[in-house]
Design a protein around this ligand. Structure first.
Ligand SMILES: Cc1cc2nc3c(=O)[nH]c(=O)nc-3n(C[C@H](O)[C@H](O)[C@H](O)COP(=O)(O)OP(=O)(O)OC[C@H]3O[C@@H](n4cnc5c(N)ncnc54)[C@H](O)[C@@H]3O)c2cc1C
Length: 566
C-alpha cells in the first residue's frame, strides 16, 4: 500500500503543476491519472494563457476584466492573486522551455481574446495546452526521485479517517483491474471538469466530473455549479471547438442575411465580448430565424478575413479541424458554428490555497471553484487558474505534510467493499436494465436541451426529473465487457454516476438562482438582481443522503458591481 506526503489525483496542468511545487518543497509525491498524463484535456487547450506582462498592461486591468467577465460573482481576493502572479508564471514556463510565440521585435507576442481590454493572451500557435503540458511532463520526469507516477490508474473514491479527514484514495489499476489504497497526508483533486454530462461538448471523453462527485460524496460543498459556459464557436455537426483565437485574429460572425449581428449586442467589443454575451447573441439570432444550416441552427464564422499567411502560422490546428471534421477549408470559406458546452465555472469550493473544508483535501484546476471565474470565465484564464492554484495547492499541501505523521493504513475491508461493488456491477446483464452508454446519451441530450444558453423553471425542472430517473436506472445499468484488462466499459459505468451527481447539483443551483447573471440566463427572470443574488450557491450532501443548498458571500475588494456592457 503506497504512502506519500501528497497524493495528486489528475495529471493535467493543475495536477502536474501541483506535483512540481510539492516536490520542490521537499515532499514525497504520487501523481495519478486515468489516462497517460499528456492525454489529459489540458492538452486540447488551443488559444492561450492570459497575463499582464506587457509594460503597458497592469495586473489590476486584468483583474478588473476578470471581475467584469464573471458578472461580479467572482471572488476578488482570489482574482487579485491570480492576476498578480500571472506574469511570473509565464516567465517560469518560458524558462522551462515553453516556446511562446515571439513577435517581429523578438519579444513575447500576444493575441486579443474575449472580454479583455488589452491583448494579453500568450500562446504557442493554437496548441498552447499541448506545449505547456509536455514541458511540465519533462519536469515531472526530471523530479522522478520525489514524484511517483501512477499512469492509467482510476480513483474510485476518497479515503477518510474516523474524524472525517481525507487520508488518500482507493484506485483501480486499469491495466489489470487490481484495486489498491493510497494513503497520503494531503490529497489534491486535480481531476478536471464535467463537460461530458452534456452532449455535444468540446470536452474530451475523460471529462466526467469524477473529482467533483468524489469530493461531494465525502461531504465537501460544491459552488457555482449552475454556471456552465457555452463557447460561441463549436462545430455545428459535433461540438468540436474552434478556438476564440480565430476571433482574436480577426474572424467575424454573420447570420443568414449576411449581417454582422454583434453590432447590435456588443457595439464596442463586437465578436470579442465575453463568451456568455456572444453565445447569447448567436442563440438569439438562431431562435429568431436568422440562423444558417439545414435547420437554421448555425451561425457563420468567417476566418477568411484573417490573412492566409497568419492563419497558417497561428491557427493551423483549426484549419485541420475544419477540413477533417466539417469538410470546410477555413482559409477559403466561412464555417458553420454554434454555441456549445465548453467549461464549468463551478466545482469543489476551495480557498486561495486550494483547501476544501475537509482537512487534508485540496482541489485545483477545473475541478475546483476558488471562485475566480464566477458567472463566466474569460477565455485564456483557465490555463492560468490551473497553474496558479495548482502551484499554491501543491506548496501548501507539502508544507502542511512536513512533520506530520503518516495516516494509519485503512482497514483491508475498504478495498474489499469497493471490489464487491464493482463485482456486482459486472454481474449485471441486459436483463437487469439499460446499457450505460444509452443513459449517458440521454443525460447529455437533456442537459443540452434544458440547461444551456437560455433556461427557465419549467425546462430545468423537467431536466431534474430526467436526471433523477436516470440516477435510478444507473443502479441497474449493465456493461458489456466483464474483463479485468483495460475494461473501459466498467469505468464508464462508474463515471456515469459521477456525471449524474454533477448534473443534479447543476440543475438544483440553476433552479435556485432566480435571476440572470453570467452564463445563467433565466428567461423567466431576465434581470440581474444584486440585492438577492450577489452570492454563491453551494450544494452539499446532507445527512439524509440528499443534496442540500446553501449560500456563500462574494468577496469584493476594489470593484463594486456595475452594469456590464461590451
Ligand atoms: C477544446 C478545449 C480548448 C481549451 N482551450 C483553452 C485555452 O486556450 N485557454 C484556456 O485558458 N483554457 C482553455 N480550455 C480550458 C482548459 O483547457 C481546462 O479548463 C484545463 O486545461 C483543465 O485542466 P485541469 O488540470 O484542471 O484538468 P484536465 O487537464 O482535464 O486533467 C484532468 C486529469 O484528471 C485525471 N482524472 C480524472 N478523473 C480521474 C480519476 N477518476 N482517476 C484518476 N485520474 C483522473 C485525468 O486523467 C487527467 O489527467 C480549453 C478546454 C477545451 C476542452
Amino acid at each position: 500500500m503506497p504512502s506519500h506526503d501528497v497524493l495528486i489525483i489528475g495529471a493535467g496542468l493543475a495536477g502536474q503543476r501541483a506535483a512540481l511545487a510539492a516536490a520542490e518543497a521537499g515532499a514525497t509525491v504520487a501523481i495519478m491519472s486515468k489516462v497517460h498524463p499528456v492525454r489529459s484535456h489540458s492538452n486540447a487547450a488551443a488559444g492561450g494563457i492570459n497575463a499582464a506582462l506587457n509594460p503597458e498592461d497592469s495586473w489590476e486591468s486584468h483583474a478588473y476584466d476578470t471581475v467584469k467577465g464573471s458578472d461580479y460573482l467572482g471572488d476578488q481576493d482570489a482574482i487579485e492573486i491570480m492576476c498578480r502572479e500571472a506574469p511570473d508564471e509565464i516567465l517560469w514556463l518560458e524558462h522551462r522551455g515553453v516556446t511562446f510565440h515571439r513577435n517581429e521585435t523578438g519579444h513575447l507576442g500576444t493575441r486579443a481574446f474575449g472580454g479583455a481590454s488589452q491583448a494579453r493572451t500568450y500562446y504557442v500557435a493554437d496548441i498552447t495546452g499541448q506545449a505547456l503540458l509536455h514541458v511540465l511532463y519533462e519536469q515531472l520526469m526530471k523530479h522522478h526521485a520525489a514524484i511517483d507516477r501512477y499512469e492509467e490508474w482510476f480513483v474510485t473514491s476518497l479515503l477518510q479517517d474516523a474524524g472525517g479527514h481525507c487520508v488518500g484514495a482507493v484506485a483501480r489499476n486499469i491495466r489489470d483491474g487490481a484495486m489498491e489504497t493510497f494513503t497520503a497526508k494531503g490529497t489534491i483533486l486535480a481531476s478536471g471538469g464535467a463537460g461530458q454530462a452534456f452532449k455535444p461538448t468540446t470536452n474530451a471523453l475523460i471529462c466526467t466530473g469524477d473529482g467533483i462527485a468524489q469530493a461531494y460524496r465525502a461531504g465537501a460543498p460544491l459552488m457555482d455549479m449552475e454556471m456552465i459556459q457555452y463557447h460561441p464557436t463549436t462545430l455545428l455537426e459535433n461540438g468540436f471547438l474552434i478556438t476564440e483565437g480565430a476571433r482574436g485574429e480577426g474572424a467575424q460572425l454573420f447570420n443568414k442575411d449576411g449581417e454582422r449581428f454583434m453590432e447590435k449586442y456588443a457595439p464596442n467589443k463586437m465578436e470579442l465580448a465575453s463568451r456568455d454575451v456572444v453565445s447569447r447573441a448567436e442563440q438569439t439570432e438562431i431562435d429568431e430565424g436568422r440562423g444558417v444550416g439545414p435547420d437554421g441552427q448555425g451561425i457563420l464564422l468567417d476566418v477568411t478575413l484573417v490573412p492566409k499567411k497568419r492563419i497558417l502560422e497561428a491557427l493551423r490546428e483549426i484549419v485541420n479541424i475544419g477540413r477533417d471534421f466539417a469538410g470546410v477549408d477555413i482559409t477559403r470559406e466561412p464555417i458553420t458554428i454554434r454555441p456549445g458546452q465548453h467549461y464549468i465555472m463551478g466545482g469543489v469550493k476551495t480557498d486561495v490555497e486550494g483547501r476544501t473544508p475537509i482537512p487534508g483535501l485540496y482541489a485545483a484546476g477545473e475541478v475546483a471553484c476558488v471562485s475566480v471565474h464566477g458567472g463566466n470565465r474569460l477565455g485564456a484564464n483557465s490555463l492560468l487558474d490551473t497553474l496558479i492554484f495548482g502551484r499554491r495547492a501543491g506548496a501548501h499541501a507539502a508544507a502542511r505534510a512536513d512533520g506530520m505523521p503518516m495516516p494509519a493504513e485503512p482497514p483491508a475491508s475498504r478495498v474489499r467493499d469497493e471490489e464487491g461493488w464493482i463485482a456486482s456491477l459486472l454481474q449485471r446483464g441486459p436483463g437487469s436494465g439499460r446499457r450505460v452508454s444509452e443513459i449517458k446519451d440521454e443525460l447529455g441530450e437533456a442537459m443540452n436541451r434544458h440547461c444551456a444558453v437560455f433556461r427557465d423553471e419549467q425546462g430545468l425542472s423537467t431536466c431534474l426529473d430526467v436526471v433523477r430517473r436516470l440516477q435510478e436506472e444507473a443502479r441497474s445499468a449493465y456493461v458489456d465487457d466483464r474483463g479485468t484488462i483495460f475494461n473501459q466499459d466498467v469505468l464508464g459505468a462508474i463515471e456515469l454516476g459521477y456525471m449524474l451527481d454533477c448534473a443534479e447539483a447543476t440543475l438544483l443551483s440553476a433552479l435556485e438562482r432566480r435571476e440572470s447573471r453570467g452564463a445563467q440566463f433565466r428567461t423567466d427572470y431576465p434581470e440581474r438582481n444584486d440585492d438577492e443574488w450577489l452570492r454563491h450557491i453551494t450544494v452539499s450532501l446532507g445527512a439524509s443522503g440528499r443534496p442540500e443548498l446553501g449560500y456563500a458571500p462574494v468577496t469584493i475588494t476594489s470593484w463594486q458591481p456595475e452594469e456590464r456592457k461590451y
